[in-house]
Design a protein around this ligand. Structure first.
Ligand code: 13P
Length: 261
């Protein structure tokens, strides 16, 4: 994992109301505290639905939790007549640090293309948020284009044309591995993450490539996380289903214990 602090990110998707969110965050923080989790060694961030964020922020603030807070999406606009949209400005105000951009479910069900994702990435930078840019190929694209072509193309498209590039994270999530129980092998994940890093180096320079965290996502569980994170190319994981269970997610966050074994 080079010198990059591993990031364990839990994307709750459209699950848990604000009361359930509070219960899960409390349980998660207790479980990690019991296990003496060191957040400086491994960062842990949850990405609840928008309606939960204020409640989770209040809890994190009151109890001085070291868990980080992320959002699942943001508007490409800053303010105005855009019914239903959420500005990055509102998210920063709630101490949100990270925001998912271009998740495959938004590409698929909300027709978000590379232009929208680039604009949302720009909005994240404008509001001081760290975009977690999600990239990944479908099964069909895997068969026609191979494994790295689509993730690299999506990465470069999201990062093209910005005046000021701030910190960002890339999450490689093969679409065929999301919520399916089908997992990319640790070797496949490492190979694609390595190729994305090479593309970042060519486009933005070696310093950016070396400091950027590249995560793997897709059916990650406590019992398979160590395999991915053994590679120096994979700097963390983006977890869906398994992040809804405090025990399971804290098991993922404590992956270093499994690696040490
Ligand atoms: P699962 O972990 O449920 O496969 O979801 C992965 C994902 O989409 C995280 O963003």
């Amino acid at each position: 994992m080079a010198n990059r602090v591993p990031l364990i990110a839990g994307n709750w998707k459209m699950n848990l109301d604000h009361q359930q969110a509070i219960a899960l965050v409390q349980k998660l923080s207790w479980t990690l505290k019991d296990a003496d989790h060191d957040y400086k060694t491994t960062e842990v961030v949850v990405f609840p639905p928008f309606t939960d964020i204020r409640s989770v922020q209040t809890l994190m603030d009151a109890d001085k939790l070291e868990l980080g807070l992320g959002a699942q999406d943001l508007s490409k606009f800053d303010s105005g007549a855009y019914t239903g949209e959420i500005s990055g400005a509102f998210l920063s105000k709630l101490d949100v640090k990270y925001v998912l951009v271009g998740h495959s479910e938004r590409r698929q069900y909300h027709s978000e293309g590379d232009d929208v994702i680039q604009a949302k990435t720009a909005a994240a930078f404008r509001h001081g948020l760290v975009p977690v840019i999600c990239v990944g190929e479908t099964l069909e694209e895997l068969e026609t284009e191979g494994q790295s072509a689509v993730p690299i193309r999506q990465t470069l498209a999201a990062l093209a044309g910005h005046d000021n590039i701030g910190e960002f994270v890339i999450a490689y999530e093969p679409v065929w591995a999301i919520g399916t129980g089908k997992v990319a092998t640790a070797e496949e994940a490492a190979a694609v993450c390595g190729k994305i890093r090479e593309a970042l180096a060519a486009e933005l320079g070696e310093a950016v490539a070396q400091s950027t965290r590249i995560l793997y996502g897709g059916s990650v569980k406590a019992n398979n996380v160590a395999g991915f994170l053994r590679s120096t190319e994979v700097d963390g994981v983006l977890v869906g289903g398994a992040s809804l269970d405090a025990e399971e997610f804290s098991g993922i966050a404590r992956f270093l214990k499994h690696i040490a074994l």
